[in-house]
Ligand binder design. Structure first.
Ligand code: PMP
Length: 359
């Protein structure tokens, strides 16, 4: 069986161990003579999967009883709407740190419901950085501060949570969720589409602090779009197979050594690649060094022609999906938790050869 080196930004590579386990159980889950896709979401077996996945998340993130966890549909993009629908009134303001394409989409939805203030924007410099704390200017009394912890398109990442002086953070953590430990006490909401770091596309993890949830204004909000609905119980049919896969990935993350392990593993992979990018000026990092993402490394070559050649020769060596996002071009290597060191090493070896042959 051949597997390529997969640098896809998402849906992204999954741990081979997880895929094999899922394959082995596919047609006959727990001797039921049925797959996990063919049982009720109210069955004891599915209820146990849901419970296990939530327990793994609590353990990995050190979440106390003061947090609710839910597995929703609609992707992170639905959270762009659900957050302000529940937490932003027309007379209120929410602060949205603008660090790229996804922040912008979140801002567009928030404006449907209330006022948006941008404490910072790197749009003028092409989203090449994230702010330091002293660059943030908040509004007087924001309902929350929204930020995108990792900017998948530009290739920037907040090295730590922005300082907000007690205002709850709402975080789109889609592309660095569970890649390192975080200080959960700072967050009102953390949401993440699964398809980068924790499973296949189709399920979105939402974590909400209970005291923040109590501030939700549900008047005029359809039942399925109220967070409270999903906090109380499994409201409607969840994407059961996806939650099953997420549970397997969470188990794998724990077996490997949890978030401290992945922090160090991800730092090593990123260092290996960025060192190569910085070796001379053949490759050029696309963003400021202090803002670089450990998940999505973005860089350029001396010309677009060389970039096209690079991508095509990379595929000949089984190095796949290295093309930058269509809105920015260039090269993007995504190396989430499940991307092995060996893939990054193979990429770096290829980069050395390509530089030698083309400079
Ligand atoms: N936020 C970020 C940071 C993302 O990278 C993406 C997907 N690339 C999204 C939101 C949108 O996610 P979805 O497609 O699950 O709605």
């Amino acid at each position: 069986m051949k597997r390529v080196h997969n640098f896809s930004a998402g849906p992204a590579t999954l741990p081979l161990e997880v895929l094999k386990k899922a394959k082995s159980e596919l047609t006959n889950f727990q001797n039921m003579g049925r797959s996990v896709m063919e049982i009720s979401h109210r069955s004891a077996q599915y209820t146990e999967i849901d419970r296990q996945a939530k327990t793994h998340l609590r353990d990995l993130l050190n979440l106390g009883d003061d947090f609710e966890i839910m597995f929703l549909q609609g992707g992170a993009s639905s959270q762009f709407m659900m957050v302000p629908f529940n937490f932003l009134d027309e007379n209120e303001t929410a602060d949205y740190i603008d660090t790229g394409r996804w922040s912008n989409k979140a801002i567009k939805e928030a404006k449907v419901f209330g006022n948006v203030h941008r404490p910072y924007s790197s749009s003028e410099s092409g989203y090449d950085r994230v702010p330091t704390d002293d660059e943030l200017t908040f509004s007087d009394n924001p309902a929350y501060v929204h930020f995108t912890s990792n900017n998948t398109v530009a290739g920037t990442q907040f090295p730590k949570e922005p300082e907000t002086d007690g205002i709850p953070l709402v975080c789109d953590a889609s592309s660095d969720f569970l890649s390192k430990p975080i200080d959960v006490s700072r967050y009102g909401i953390i949401y993440a589409g699964a398809q980068k770091n924790i499973g296949p596309a189709g399920v979105t993890v939402v974590i909400i602090r209970k005291d923040f949830l109590r501030k939700a204004d549900t008047e005029g909000v359809p039942t399925i779009l109220q967070y409270q609905t999903h906090a109380e119980k499994i409201f409607n049919t969840p994407p059961t197979f996806n939650v099953y896969m997420v549970n397997l990935v969470l188990e794998w993350i724990q077996d490997k050594g949890g978030l401290e392990y992945f922090k160090s593993f991800n730092e090593k992979k990123a260092a290996l690649l960025y060192d190569e990018i910085d070796r001379d000026d053949f490759y050029r990092g696309a963003v400021e060094k202090d803002s670089r993402s450990l998940m999505n490394a973005t860089f350029r070559l001396p010309s677009e022609e060389l970039e096209a050649k690079f991508l095509s020769e990379a595929e000949e060596r089984d190095l796949y999906t290295l093309k930058g996002h269509r809105s920015v071009g260039g090269i993007r290597a995504s190396m989430y938790n499940a991307c092995p060191m060996e893939s990054v090493q193979t990429l770096v070896d290829f980069m050395k050869t390509f530089r030698k042959e083309n400079s």
